[in-house]
Design a protein. Structure first.
Length: 237
């Protein structure tokens, strides 16, 4: 039985005017959805709509079609910036500080233990008490991923999380994310400019062309990742 978390049916999404058109997408529990498209076309607009974020700016809206979000506010988010952590908090402090928020009812000891376990899972068990300035870029993104997982989100939103990293670190974090997704049955919406990364990680890819027209491709509909890659490039060019 399908467990749908997010659905878009023939949607147009944007601000005063639509920037995304013909958006048809269903995200089921356990899906990994990559989003690719040209710079500035509206990939982050989609993420902001699903995550209900205003970020001190206008919020996007659905101009037409039907959009349903069954996750409520139970979502985690990881941004591209390597400066998204609180610099005055240690690695584990960046997790425990958000564990005191209203939507998380952890006891102090439970919060510390869960934060410690998550940081160990992302390979930072020996770096719990280090500050962000003493962590590499890849380590900072590992902390950000662990922090986003703290409340066991139904949907993990990732806005080019590996875009600022070197190729070797990027590949290692791709492997880490795949392992975490399998272990925790996570559902992920992953924005990237890298088509190879999108295809490698995803169960389906949302492709946004230069006119904002959206096409959803499912990996199961292709005989190989190379075939899917070629179809994405055809749409984008």
């Amino acid at each position: 039985m399908k467990h749908l978390l997010i659905t878009f049916e023939n949607c147009a999404v944007g601000y005063e005017a639509p920037v995304l058109r013909n958006l048809n997408l269903s995200i089921e529990k356990g899906d990994f959805v990559s989003v690719v498209g040209p710079t500035g076309i509206g990939k982050s607009t989609l993420l902001r709509l699903i995550g209900d974020m205003d970020l001190n700016a206008a919020k996007p809206s659905v101009h037409s079609g039907v959009f349903k979000n069954r996750c409520g506010s139970n979502m985690g988010i990881v941004f591209q910036s390597l400066e998204q952590l609180l610099p005055w908090k240690t690695a584990i402090g960046n997790l425990t500080v958000i564990g005191h928020s209203k939507d998380m009812a952890f006891e102090k000891a439970e919060l510390y233990e869960k934060s410690k376990i998550l940081l160990e899972e992302v390979g930072l068990g020996d770096h719990l008490n280090k500050y962000p300035c003493h962590l590499s870029g890849g380590m900072r993104q590992r902390v950000a991923i662990a922090r986003a997982m703290l409340k066991t989100p139904e949907l993990l939103l990732m806005d080019e999380p590996f875009g600022s990293l070197d190729g070797f670190t990027r590949e290692r974090l791709q492997q880490l994310l795949s392992a975490l997704r399998e272990k925790h049955a996570m559902t992920v919406l992953f924005i990237t400019h890298d088509v190879s990364e999108a295809v490698k990680m995803a169960t389906q890819v949302l492709v946004i062309d230069a006119d904002g027209v959206c096409t959803t491709l499912k990996k199961l509909d292709f005989d190989s990742e190379n075939e899917m890659h070629r179809e994405i490039m055809r749409i984008l060019t």
